[in-house]
Design a protein around this ligand. Structure first.
Ligand code: SIN
Length: 498
């Protein structure tokens, strides 16, 4: 009860450290209003209340940030990796020390529950710690040369100024998973967070500042004009690389814009993840696994189980048990300790999900539960199960991005594999079986960048996150996560026998 009253306070009054709530952009180590003093509103999706008014920047201030980043990077990349690592370690520690405030900021702007936000902050911080360590292990090669009097080596060097564009569904972790490897190897970053969730990005910048990150290495460009800001990030010749997490159509557009100056890109794009449940699966594992994979962040994740393919023999029991688990959900605002799931990000998102569900029902799917917009303030859609869904329906091909479980039936393993691969996307896939042989065979046959076998919580800083096909290119996290921010330089030493 006390907590509920507390949460009706203005956001700033909910924080122990009020300095973490920033409404200005961060450029060259200083806080900036927009040149014309324009701002845009940030709204709590659970209450529709305005929680902040943030500086609305455009192309001109983006260009300034890029210039300052380019200058700052020259000194930064010349430092020993160990010195850069020490600053990243301090940043990690400050984030960890401020988990509660950062979680409140995230829940207020994004809607996810405090439990989920605390989890994301820990996940977010883990990338900084990981890359602080990995950044010290950037090795080159000595290559046995074809000519007797020559020696070849390779060294790896920071690629240059990095532009990053990040989404609203994970307002903190998607930032650190890009920024930490970039900074660790000596790059500088100009980052545009989603206009729905700029506050988490600005709080991270404040803590980076307190950690002693030199001015100009991390710049946060807030604004609603994605065309102007994105246009500058992709056309400015000082930017050497663009990293983006978001939808496939926008990713394609950004790649095309980057082509003009041959910028390196890495893309973490849309998904259409299948989750295969075979007859021999252990439903005690499957049901909690699906609750995570399908309903984490109310279904707003790129690796959400978008198509649940269930073998005929287990289908009836599976649907009954899934419905029981969903009946226990409680959608609500982060201010209520009873909320198990938060809202969708906007009313448009709710309308999109509703349209997909309605169309599937018109096309012949059976509505087991849910299927309606929740009648209360905020952007809530009820947890929904659809059965009798087939690959002939439009929902088979669409990323739902909401709390809707679509259940398909299959008979043979090959049928399940064919259905699972029948999509241009290839981010994550999951399968549940107690057979080791089947898990190997199916995992190898699925055209996806990440596979969870009897597990859906597959993400962590130590493993590679990324997709194939139209789900993107490049890998974030893990020992591979540095590669996207490095250039390989070959050096040939000649006349060695003289
Ligand atoms: C995403 O779905 O966009 C990210 C999810 C994760 O990192 O686990």
């Amino acid at each position: 009860m006390f907590w509920g009253r507390f949460m009706t306070l203005p956001l700033v009054d909910q924080l122990s450290d009020k300095g973490l709530l920033k409404e200005q952009a961060y450029i060259g180590g200083r806080w900036h209003n927009a040149l014309n003093n324009e701002t845009f509103e940030v709204v709590d999706p659970a209450t529709e209340r305005v929680i902040a008014n943030v500086a609305n920047l455009g192309a001109e201030q983006t260009a300034l940030a890029i210039k300052l980043a380019d200058t700052a990077m020259r000194e930064w990349r010349a430092q020993p990796a160990k010195s850069r690592s020490e600053i990243l370690e301090r940043w990690y520690q400050l984030i960890t020390d401020n988990v509660e405030d950062l979680a409140i900021i995230m829940s207020a702007e994004q809607g996810k529950t405090l439990v989920e936000s605390r989890g994301e902050i820990a996940y977010s911080a883990s990338f900084i710690k990981w890359f602080a360590e990995e950044g010290k292990r950037v090795y080159g090669d000595v290559i046995p040369h074809a000519q007797n009097d020559r020696r070849g080596i390779t060294i790896k060097q920071a690629i240059g100024v990095v532009a990053a564009i990040t989404p609203w569904n994970f307002p903190s972790a998607m930032i650190t998973r890009k920024v930490a490897p970039a900074l660790a190897v000596g790059c500088a970053v100009v980052l545009k967070p989603a206009a729905e969730t700029p506050l988490s990005a600005l709080a991270l910048a404040e803590l980076a500042d307190r950690a002693g990150l030199p001015a100009g290495l991390l710049n946060i460009i807030t604004g609603v004009d994605a065309v102007a800001i994105g246009g500058e990030l992709t056309s400015n010749l000082l930017v050497k690389k663009l990293t983006f997490t978001g939808s496939t159509p926008i990713g394609k557009l950004l790649m095309a814009q980057c082509a003009a100056s041959v910028k390196r890109t890495s893309m973490e794009l849309g998904g259409n993840a299948p989750l295969l449940v075979f007859d021999d699966a252990d439903l005690d594992l499957v049901i909690p696994g699906i609750i995570t994979a399908k309903f984490r962040n109310s279904g707003q994740t790129c690796i959400s189980a978008n198509r649940i393919l269930v073998q005929k023999g287990i289908h009836k029991e599976f649907v009954e048990r899934l419905k029981l688990a969903i009946d226990a959900f409680n959608f609500g605002a982060y201010s209520s300790s009873e909320s198990t799931h938060g809202p969708l990000i906007t009313q448009k998102a709710v309308d999109n999900v509703a349209a997909k569900v309605n169309k599937a029902v018109l096309e012949g799917a059976t509505l087991v539960c849910g299927g309606q917009i929740v009648d209360r303030p905020g952007h809530f859609y009820a947890a929904t199960i659809l059965t009798e869904v087939t690959d002939k329906m439009s929902i088979f091909h669409e990323e739902i991005f909401g709390p809707v479980a679509t259940i398909y039936q299959f008979e043979t393993d090959q049928q399940a594999i064919d259905l699972a691969n029948d999509t241009p996307f290839g981010l994550a896939a999951y399968l549940y079986t107690e057979s080791m042989r089947r898990s190997w065979q199916v995992a190898e046959a699925l055209d996806y960048g990440m596979i969870g076998v009897n597990e859906t919580a597959i993400s962590a800083e130590i493993v590679p996150f990324g997709g194939v096909k139209e789900s993107g290119q490049g890998r974030e996290g893990s020992k591979y996560g540095l590669d996207d921010y490095l250039e390989i330089k070959y050096i040939c030493f000649g006349s060695m026998n003289k």
